[in-house]
Design a protein around this ligand. Structure first.
Ligand code: GLN
Length: 247
C-alpha cells in the first residue's frame, strides 16, 4: 500500500525528504519495510506538494516510478519549502493507474493523501458519496477511493477544523465499509493531520520541525510510532496524538 510523508518546519529542499535520506520516499518506493494488506512496491505513481508562499500549495504528480524521474530529482534539490506533502502509489487492484489518481490531491491551501483502500468499493460508500454536491462528484480527480475520500474531507473543511474533518471521514467510511484501510494525511502548510487505520505511521519532532511518515526516513531515535486508530495533529512545536474511537 502507498507510502506518504508530511513535513512542517524551517524551509528545506524537497529532496531532503523525498530523495536523500537512507529510507527516503524514493527508497520506500522500491524497498518499503512495512507494507500491509497487499502490494510489495510503490511504482504506480508519485506526487509532491509544497508551498512557494504561505497558503498556496503547488502539486506535481506523475504516473510511473519515482526513480525514473530525473527531472524531479534535480528540481527537488532547489525546490525549498517550509511544508511538504509527498506520496508514492501502489494502485489498489481494480483502480486505474493514471496521473489523476496520484496523491497529493489539492485545493487551494490543502494537500491530501490516502494510504489504504475502501473495502467493497464503490458500493459500500455509495450512500456517503450521495451526501456530496453533484458538482463535487462530477469533478472527482479519478474514479478511485482516495479521490472520493478527498472530496469527503474537502466538503467538511469548509465548516469543520481539519482534525475533526479527517477523523469524521475515517469514522463514517469505516462504519459504511468495515475493514477499510484509512491512513489519511492532510496539511494546509501550518498544521499536519494524519490518521492510523490499519497502516503504519511515524512522527519525528526535532529541531523546530515535525515529520510524519509511513516509515521512518532514517535511524534517528526520535521517531515515534503512532498507535493504531489514532489521529496525529502536529505543527513544528506541538505533536498531539489522540485515539479516534474503535472500529
Ligand atoms: N486505494 C488507493 C489507490 O488505489 C491507495 C492505494 C494504496 O494505499 N496503496 O490509489
Amino acid at each position: 500500500m502507498c507510502r506518504h510523508l508530511g513535513y512542517l518546519g524551517p524551509a528545506v529542499p524537497v529532496a531532503s525528504l523525498v530523495h536523500d535520506p537512507p529510507h527516503s520516499l524514493l527508497h520506500q518506493s522500491y524497498a518499503p519495510r512495512d507494507m500491509r494488506g497487499g502490494g510489495t512496491v510503490n511504482v504506480d505513481g508519485y506526487g509532491v506538494g509544497w508551498y512557494p508562499a504561505p497558503g498556496r500549495a503547488v502539486r506535481y504528480r506523475r504516473v510511473g516510478t519515482l526513480w525514473a524521474d530525473e527531472n524531479l530529482a534535480a528540481l527537488s534539490r532547489v525546490l525549498v519549502s517550509p511544508a511538504v506533502l509527498a506520496a508514492v502509489r501502489s494502485a489498489t487492484v481494480g483502480m486505474p493507474v493514471v496521473e489523476t489518481a496520484c496523491a497529493p490531491f489539492t485545493d487551494g491551501q490543502w494537500l491530501f493523501s490516502h494510504n489504504g483502500r475502501v473495502t467493497d468499493w464503490p458500493g459500500s460508500v455509495a450512500d456517503l458519496a450521495k451526501t456530496l454536491p453533484t458538482t463535487d462528484l462530477l469533478t472527482l480527480d479519478a474514479p478511485t477511493d482516495s479521490a472520493l475520500l478527498w472530496a469527503l474531507v474537502r466538503a467538511r473543511l469548509a465548516t469543520t477544523p481539519p482534525a475533526r474533518a479527517v477523523a469524521d471521514v475515517v469514522a463514517e467510511v469505516a462504519a459504511a465499509a468495515p475493514g477499510s484501510r484509512l491512513n489519511l494525511l492532510l496539511t494546509n502548510g501550518s498544521v499536519l493531520v494524519g490518521t492510523t487505520w490499519t497502516h503504519s505511521l511515524w512522527v519525528r519532532r526535532a529541531d523546530d520541525a515535525v515529520t510524519v511518515s509511513s516509515e521512518p526516513l532514517d535511524d534517528d531515535p526520535r521517531w515515534r510510532e503512532v498507535p493504531e486508530g489514532h489521529v496525529v495533529v502536529a505543527d513544528p512545536s506541538t505533536v498531539d496524538v489522540q485515539p479516534m474511537g474503535r472500529r
